[in-house]
Design a protein around this ligand. Structure first.
Ligand SMILES: *Cc1c(COP(=O)(O)O)cnc(C)c1O
Length: 392
């Protein structure tokens, strides 16, 4: 008989009852070191005392009003994000895919209002991931996401990542926008070189195409800057954010310049829950912690520590691991053996990681992780690799 929950996930056997910082604790009291953070969501760890207090206080006051009325926490969060980014304005959602949907609609509406309604095509890249709605699977384009769900949404042109000539040829005056993850997450933690981001910005500027960043996974401090594209010095026109912005409270946002957002007038878009008082109270508190120079500097310092230890691990286990890559505390370890075997061997050592594309395991710890916990994570991965070598 089909399970009561639609069986679309292949789940590991564990389930957790409580969390504390970088640890998840099951019913028997067994503690797992969490290097997955709910797939880069709980960037400030589990049960962060400030955030617990914010949720409790707001829950006792007001959960939801709809966007029929002003929502002060929403405006407060928007002001903080505006202050800290390229954006002039933003729309709040409950998820990453919805933030991308808003980005796609915004780009098309921009050209429609500019008197070029035929300018609807959007360039995307292989290996990307933008969510699971029909528009976002059509955008990413991979068969793994789209098979059986056709007809897909037309208007997406999926190019080989890194094929500069193909991009140059495709980027004509039918292109409304280009969508890119500055660091591909699901694709296997693949940072786009700064030079490519700069080149992409120049190419978009030369045709007017809007540049859309999907920073749903790589944003909110994960790379050691508030947003990953800041390392390159260039700015997008539109950017989708989610995951870390609510630390586990469902929240997303589509940020934009005033120009890019110019078509999104009253009545053109909406969401019942998006940006409700509870979500935005949390998001606002997350911003206070993450958008801080010292906090972000610590992310970079811890990244150095973790990467250095992982390089040693790769050298010690050449039949298990191939290389380490990534940015900040968004790290991929490419495996020689199947990545799912490494993730499972990690579970045996009570270590949580996430499989990703390109046969990597992803390490996406809470940015509040301590140095000792970083060392412990690498020690557990070392034991997992040793166990796999013994089994071979
Ligand atoms: C997770 C993710 C999404 C989708 O976010 P949901 O909240 O699952 O809809 C989109 N893009 C990227 C880069 C992601 O990592």
């Amino acid at each position: 008989m089909i399970p009561a929950v639609l069986p679309t996930y292949s789940r590991a056997k564990m389930s957790f009852e409580t969390g504390e910082g970088s640890w998840l604790i099951d019913r028997d009291g067994t503690r797992y070191l969490d290097m997955a953070a709910g797939i880069a969501v709980t960037g400030l760890g589990h049960a962060h005392p400030t955030l617990v207090k914010v949720v409790q206080d707001q829950a006792a006051k007001l959960w939801h009003t709809s966007n029929l009325y002003h929502i002060p926490h929403q405006e407060e969060l928007a002001e903080k994000l505006r202050e800290a980014t390229f954006a002039d304005t933003m729309f709040f959602t409950n998820s990453g895919a919805e933030a991308m949907e808003c980005a796609i609609k915004m780009a098309r509406k921009y050209w429609y209002d500019k008197g070029q309604p035929e300018r609807v095509n959007i360039i995307t890249f292989t290996g990307s991931f933008h969510g699971r709605t029909l528009a976002t699977i059509s955008a990413a384009g991979s068969e793994k996401l789209t098979k059986g769900f056709g007809p897909l949404l037309p208007g997406f042109i999926n190019l080989e990542a890194g094929d500069h000539d193909a991009l140059q040829a495709a980027l004509d005056d039918t292109i409304a926008a280009v969508i890119v993850e500055p660091v591909q997450g699901e694709g296997g933690i693949i940072p786009l070189p700064d030079a490519c981001l700069k080149g992409l910005r120049d190419m978009c500027d030369s045709t007017g195409a809007l540049l859309i960043f999907d920073e749903i996974q790589c944003g909110m401090g994960r790379t050691g800057k508030l947003f990953a594209h800041e390392w390159s010095g260039i700015r997008p026109d539109i950017m989708a954010v989610a995951k870390g912005i609510g630390n586990g409270f469902p929240l997303g946002a589509c940020l934009a310049t005033e120009e890019a957002a110019s078509g999104m007038t009253a009545g053109t878009h909406g969401s019942t829950y998006g940006g409700n008082p509870l979500a935005c109270a949390v998001g606002s508190a997350v911003m206070d912690i993450v958008a801080d120079h010292d906090f972000l500097a610590e992310v970079s310092r811890k990244s150095g520590l973790l990467r250095q230890s992982l390089e040693g691990l790769v050298a010690a286990h050449p039949t298990i691991f191939e290389l380490v890559r990534g940015a900040g505390l968004m790290i991929g370890v490419k495996c020689v053996v199947p990545n799912t075997d490494v993730v499972s061997a990690g579970y045996e050592q009570h270590l949580l990681s996430v499989p990703g594309g390109n046969n990597v395991i992803r390490l996406l710890p809470a940015m509040t992780i301590s140095d000792d916990e970083i060392k412990e994570a690498v020690a557990r991965l070392d034991r997992a690799a040793t166990a796999l070598e013994g089994a071979a």
